[in-house]
Design a protein around this ligand. Structure first.
Ligand SMILES: [Zn+2]
Length: 573
């Protein structure tokens, strides 16, 4: 039946998922698309200046000019109008939807936040400072409203030093939403600590069962990981903005809800005991079988390595669901007749399982393709030694003895453009060579001419990920067909412009080539003591967009655990 809003609110409160005023977004104010229609013709100066032109594009070039007082006044006026129309609205979020570039106008570049040394901190300072200036105006007439902001990857995440957001602001810390391993959350935890040290209230923004496509209506049953997750942020943060309260089939989320509710009181509760307690209540007579079912389901989900478009192809393929389905059928034989919980779960899961069985053939084909294409990058790969006569600027296809790894993509596509990476080393250098086939060289995007200048992600590019120490920082090199590059250090620990590398590029009729010579002395650990994690990805912009990698499991480029491992064998000199 349909529930009234009072019923839903009561249910929400009983499930411990009610939100304080400062946490529930009532107004989401964004610029993307909306401001362009309203103002671009008449007020181009409201928009960001990039490379000499005012632009209102998709992100990261979708922001207004932060230094223009008229932008701040207009934004505040728009929000005040909305609050006055609906006085019950108390919590406002201003953009924070994507990574951004900053305006290059002289007034913006002269702002105090832009004078800081660290290029990544500058974005944080600019974003939060801009939001604070808008909030200050709104607070003059509406002192009781709250503001939400968030961190966005490495684009903006650090507490500002030049302003204090204050108690009317809450910061959502973006955490890896789908992956169930603690290492994928380490950056978010570090960021949460920084905001705590800055005295700012935060919530975490992410959850194994996130509300978007990869988990919507899925039987994501992860009680053990949810406990780990909550323990990780306990004491650092004032709550979570995602939880089980999100209209998934109730039978799929009942256990998670039960466990979560108990963990909110005692985060160190024994989760196995809670599962037993829930099963005894919901599935009397089949406690053991249902505990087995839940364990099998959690194991499936936490092994998920990356997000596939269709979960029936990976985490919930029919062959993997067979074991939990067997547990459910054993439980059916034992559960007492009056368990409504069981009947509903059985029905929902059966439907889900049948959906997966329909995809079985496609899933099998994909699994075979992935096994074949990932074979060469599995295990620890020894780097061959470069001869002293190596002409590193020559086409890497000609490098004697080089280790060759081909680029591939998780989903096969028509018009796939092949590329190969070549690796060599000597005691002082790592040599990387790339040969990229390109059937449409006329459309090759290569606008960036200088290192560190311009938007390399709009160009055809390769991203090289060097991870000397998986627990520590890593270097992300983005390089285009002009051999121009940009380096990002993640997390930010030093000035990226200090990164040393020689590069060389060639554009041919149907391919383009890159060569890189990277001194090893700039890294704390050489790949001889223990393996480095390593990866390379291609982002094709010419013709149909296409992403591939030497070891690419899914669309996320930053799952370091799944990278190639490379090691330099001992050398005699
Ligand atoms: Zn500006």
């Amino acid at each position: 039946r349909a529930y009234s809003s009072e019923d839903l609110a009561l249910f929400s409160r009983r499930m411990l998922c009610s939100q304080p005023l400062w946490a529930g977004m009532d107004i989401y104010y964004i610029y993307l698309n909306r401001w362009k229609k309203r103002f671009f013709a008449e007020h181009p100066e409201y928009f960001m200046l990039r490379d000499g032109e005012r632009v209102a594009e998709n992100y990261p070039n979708h922001m207004p000019c932060f230094s223009n007082p008229a932008v701040i006044r207009q934004t505040a006026a728009d929000i005040i109008k909305q609050i006055n129309q609906s006085p019950g609205k108390k919590c406002i979020k201003i953009f924070s939807d994507a990574p951004i570039n900053l305006c290059q106008c002289p007034q913006c570049q002269a702002m105090p936040e832009r004078q800081l040394a660290d290029p990544e901190l500058i974005t944080s300072e600019a974003v939060y400072g801009f939001q604070k200036r808008i909030a200050d105006i709104i607070h003059q007439s509406h002192p009781d409203v709250y503001f939400l902001t968030q961190t966005k990857g490495k684009s903006y995440y650090a507490p500002p030093q030049l302003c204090k957001l204050g108690e009317r602001f809450t910061v959502n810390i973006l955490a890896s939403p789908h992956l169930c391993n603690v290492s994928s959350l380490s950056f978010a935890v570090d960021v949460a600590r920084q905001w705590q040290a800055a005295g700012q209230r935060s919530m975490f923004f992410g959850y194994p069962r996130y509300t978007d496509k990869p988990t919507k209506n899925m039987p994501v049953m992860t009680p053990q990981f949810n406990a780990e997750y909550l323990r990780l942020f306990a004491g650092l943060s004032s709550g979570t903005i995602s939880s089980e309260m999100n209209f998934n089939p109730y039978s799929f989320s009942a256990l998670n809800q039960f466990v979560q509710a108990r963990l909110l009181f005692e985060v160190n509760s024994d989760v196995a005991a809670l599962i037993q307690e829930f099963c005894a209540f919901a599935y009397p007579g089949a406690e053991k079988e249902m505990a087995g079912f839940y364990q099998a389901m959690e194991q499936l989900y936490i092994r998920r390595r990356d997000i596939s478009e269709n979960p029936y192809y990976d985490v919930y393929s029919a062959d993997k669901l067979a074991a939990p389905w067997a547990w459910l059928n054993e439980a059916q034989a034992k559960v007492k007749d009056d368990s409504q919980f069981f009947a509903q779960l059985y029905q929902d899961f059966q439907q889900f399982y049948e959906g997966s069985q329909k995809e079985e053939e496609n899933s099998r084909k994909l699994a075979a393709w992935n096994e074949q294409r990932l074979q060469a990058s599995t295990g620890t790969l020894k780097l061959p030694l470069a001869s002293s006569a190596l002409d590193w600027k020559s086409s890497a296809q000609l490098w004697p003895g080089a280790l060759k790894l081909d680029f591939s993509a998780p989903q096969q596509s028509e018009d796939f453009q092949a590329a190969s990476l070549y690796l060599l080393c000597d005691s002082a250098h790592l040599y990387l060579g790339i040969v990229a086939q390109e059937s449409n060289m006329a459309a090759l995007q290569a606008s960036c001419q200088e290192n560190f200048k311009g938007n390399f992600w709009n160009d055809d590019n390769f991203e090289i990920m060097l991870v000397p120490d998986k627990a520590g920082s890593y270097e992300q090199i983005v390089i285009n067909a002009n051999a121009a590059y940009r380096v990002l250090t993640q997390p930010k620990t030093r000035d990226n412009r200090e990164f040393q590398m020689e590069t060389h590029a060639q554009k041919l009729a149907h391919s383009w080539l890159l060569s890189m010579k990277i001194p090893l002395s700039q890294f704390e650990t050489a790949p001889s003591a223990q393996p480095w994690h390593f990866n390379a990805f291609r982002n094709r912009a010419a013709g149909a967009k296409q992403n591939s990698g030497i070891r690419m499991l899914g669309p996320n480029f930053h799952i370091l655990d799944d990278y190639v491992k490379i090691i330099v064998p001992p050398q005699n000199h």
